[in-house]
Design a protein around this ligand. Structure first.
Ligand SMILES: *[C@@H]1O[C@H](CO)[C@@H](O)[C@H](O)[C@H]1NC(C)=O
Ligand SMILES: *[C@@H]1O[C@H](CO)[C@@H](O)[C@H](O)[C@H]1NC(C)=O
Length: 253
């Protein structure tokens, strides 16, 4: 329950209006224990198709919840009116670097298409004490943001519905593209998942028990492994199932 409460506190609330419904579907999360924190995180989201029709509103994001209650949260959002939000066409997402503080702080919002590879990179900058974020589309940086957010203690990928996306059949869909492992690939096909690939998370210091903080829901992954005794962690593929939101997913109403 602590987990849900904490996640609830750190959601994409600012994009919503008071009273909007907000819910969470599939998830993959790793939390630090003790004094370990996340120095750097890098992942690439392969953008799925948007829900069709595009209703208000579905957000997919890899977030870092921090010691001062911020959520470092590069976003991909399917809006009912993509043009009004970032000049996107129907069937496109808006992507941008973002941090949820008391308000949602945003870098430049730009359109991106299903199949685009969105690399979201967060790194703690020792000279400023800020997290420097960038979002890149197919390797080209399109949106950046730096925020003083304390220390990141949890990294998680979430599928967040708001408003109409919570009461409709509007899961993200994509054909799994890159899973290297055959069993995983078959599971992904069955579930029409959306994928994050080439995820690397670097801690401030080695913590060989970090996987004890792993939480998954409606997702598959190719295995979280360390390459250097617990400081650098990698997971090749994280796949979140296609999902029909229902009342049990709703955190705010
Ligand atoms: C982040 O991941 C992308 C995609 O794998 C890679 O091209 C890039 O070099 C990585 N950047 C950093 C700073 O790790
Ligand atoms: C840290 O931030 C400063 C100021 O924005 C910047 O000039 C510097 O390149 C950053 N350091 C790294 C390692 O990116």
């Amino acid at each position: 329950m602590h987990y849900l409460k904490f996640l609830t506190a750190a959601t994409l609330v600012q994009l919503a209006y008071a009273g909007d419904k907000i819910g969470f579907g599939p998830n993959f999360a790793v939390s630090s224990t003790g004094s370990t924190w996340i120095k750097e995180a890098n992942t690439t989201l392969i953008l799925p198709e948007t829900p069709s029709p595009q209703v208000e509103r579905l957000a997919i994001w890899p977030g870092m919840e921090t010691s001062n209650g911020n959520l470092v949260q590069a976003l991909a959002v399917s809006f009912e009116d993509p043009a009004a939000n970032c000049g996107a066409q129907n069937g496109q997402w808006c992507v941008w670097a973002s941090t949820l503080q008391d308000t949602q702080i945003s870098g430049k919002m730009v359109p991106a298409s299903p199949g685009d590879r969105i690399t979201m990179h967060y790194v703690y900058n020792d000279s400023t004490g800020e997290y420097d974020q960038s979002s890149a589309i197919n390797g080209k940086i399109v949106s950046t943001l730096s925020t003083s957010s304390g220390y990141a203690q949890r990294w998680d990928v979430a599928v967040e519905c708001q408003v109409d996306a919570c009461s409709r059949t509007s899961p993200p869909h994509s054909k799994p593209a890159s899973a290297s492992n055959l069993v995983l690939r078959e599971r992904l096909r069955a579930n029409q998942a959306l994928e994050y690939v080439d995820t690397t998370i670097i801690l401030n210091k080695a913590d060989s028990s970090w996987t004890e903080g792993l939480y998954t829901k409606l997702s598959h992954n190719s295995g979280l492994r360390t390459v250097d005794g617990g400081k650098t962690w990698k997971v090749d593929t994280i796949a979140l199932n296609s999902h029909l939101f229902d009342e049990s997913d709703i955190q705010y109403n």
